[in-house]
Design a protein around this ligand. Structure first.
Ligand code: HEM
Length: 128
């Protein structure tokens, strides 16, 4: 018998928390992203840690506090173009490099984020 591999258990809460903090540090300085985010990203980062915990197979922290994620609907107020989705993914890839998230667990995680990020695109146009 083989133990099922839960990505959240492989990554662990500390590395996930570092990843999210490093990621929002980059979002806060990205010319294409910071204009649509709040100035204070503390609460955003807290929710993202909850969300990614459950996204990776850990406890359902996001849903317990906020209900069904409905991520595409929750992103509708924000103009997310294809270019912004790619910028989001670039910040995430750089953050993964910086915190040292490597290997298959990173590849699988990142590939799922590509799908989710592209699903968030809700506006056409180069940057609007
Ligand atoms: C919230 C932008 C992709 C998960 C937000 C907010 C913005 C945003 C502006 C609101 C921040 C706030 O008010 O605190 C974007 C952009 C994306 C993107 C430009 C590019 C595609 C994603 C992806 C995920 C995600 C791929 C998940 C893997 C979340 C979560 C929240 C959030 C969990 C908090 C929702 C809540 O208020 O409860 N995002 N996002 N986002 N985003 Fe994204």
């Amino acid at each position: 018998t083989r133990k099922p591999i839960i990505p959240f258990e492989e990554i662990g809460p500390e590395l996930l928390s570092d990843l999210v903090d490093t990621f929002y540090g980059k979002v806060a300085r990205h010319p294409m992203l910071y204009p649509i985010f709040p100035d204070d990203l503390t609460e955003t980062a807290r929710k993202q840690k909850q969300f990614l915990t459950q996204f990776l197979g850990g406890p359902n922290l996001y849903t317990e506090e906020h209900g069904h994620p409905m991520l595409r609907a929750r992103h509708m107020p924000f103009p997310i173009t294809y270019d912004r989705a790619q910028a989001w993914l670039e910040c995430m890839a750089e953050a993964m490099d910086e915190v040292g998230l490597e290997g298959k667990v990173r590849e699988d995680f990142y590939n799922r984020l590509i799908l989710t990020a592209n699903h968030m695109v809700n506006r056409t146009g180069p940057d609007e």
